[in-house]
Design a protein. Structure first.
Length: 278
């Protein structure tokens, strides 16, 4: 069933029901767009595309049609769409995709009438990224609170959820690949390198020294920020990591308790369920 703000406002938080409607969840970030299909609670498929602001609704439809065919699905199977988008310039084409090919009004996180099921305790709630809010919804639903969501994206973010599931703020730091690119672009003799765990802390070449600085520097930041956030919050907190490089770092520090690559997508599913009429 397509999203209707009027119906959503009339739906109580306590009456969330699991739907069997096939849902397309779209996580549109600064670097990539992830398309995922849920059949009820089951994640049937997931695909990643670069976030090209010039890609049209028609191009997205052709791409999705081909991938869905490989999974024995068709565009007509999709009955609802939920979108978390942090790139305003791409929203027109994503909405057009829903209207033209799914005959559906998408649920857009942050839009009027969309109930997240949580409160946002920041100075300007409208400025909080949709992906961060979706992660807050998902982490409370799957792990309860208090919790810290550590998301390795274009930026590395730490988001804090209290014991009642409310979003209470966070930290934004430069992303790993962004930091690497800055080193390469601004330092004439430093090469472009890949992110990987070095065998030693002390590098014996330029590349190994850079790898150590990036990898162990970020591990130190993770451990330091988690410790400082937990101390300031005043309670033990569950730390859940997600995002592209989360797996690499989750195995390298005891500060992370869970690695959940589906966290944002599961948050979109939960918000869809909250806003689905009974």
């Amino acid at each position: 069933m397509c999203f209707s703000p009027k119906l959503a406002r009339a739906t109580k938080k306590e009456t969330v029901r699991n739907k069997t409607t096939m849902l397309l969840a779209i996580d549109s970030g600064n670097t990539n767009v992830i398309f995922a299909i849920f059949d009820g609670e089951e994640l049937r498929a997931r695909w990643r595309s670069s976030n090209d602001l010039h890609r049209t609704a028609d191009e997205y439809a052709v791409w999705l049609t081909q991938l869905m065919t490989l999974e024995d699905m068709a565009l007509g199977d999709i009955k609802a769409v939920a979108i978390a988008n942090v790139v305003p310039a791409s929203q027109h084409y994503l909405s057009a995709l829903c209207h033209r090919y799914f005959k559906c009004e998408p649920l857009i996180v942050g839009a009027d009438g969309v109930d997240l099921g949580i409160e946002v305790f920041t100075e300007r709630p409208a400025e909080v990224g949709a992906d961060r809010l979706v992660n807050a919804v998902a982490v409370y639903d799957r792990y309860k609170g208090p919790a810290i969501v550590l998301d390795f994206g274009t930026a590395t973010t730490f988001d804090v959820v209290d014991a009642k599931g409310n979003y209470t703020g966070g930290v934004i730091a430069p992303g790993i690949n962004l930091s690497l690119e800055a080193l390469y672009m601004e330092a004439a003799k430093l090469p472009r390198i890949a992110v990987e765990r070095p065998s030693k802390i002390i590098g014996i070449s330029t590349v190994s020294a850079m790898q150590s600085g990036i990898f162990w520097g970020y591990v130190s930041m993770i451990e330091g920020m988690v410790a400082r956030i937990t101390q300031e919050f005043g309670e033990p907190m569950t730390v859940v990591a997600t995002g592209g490089l989360a797996a690499l770092f989750a195995d390298s520090t005891g500060a992370i308790q869970h690695h959940d690559p589906e966290l944002t997508l599961r948050g979109l599913l939960k918000i869809h369920q909250i806003n689905s009429p009974s």
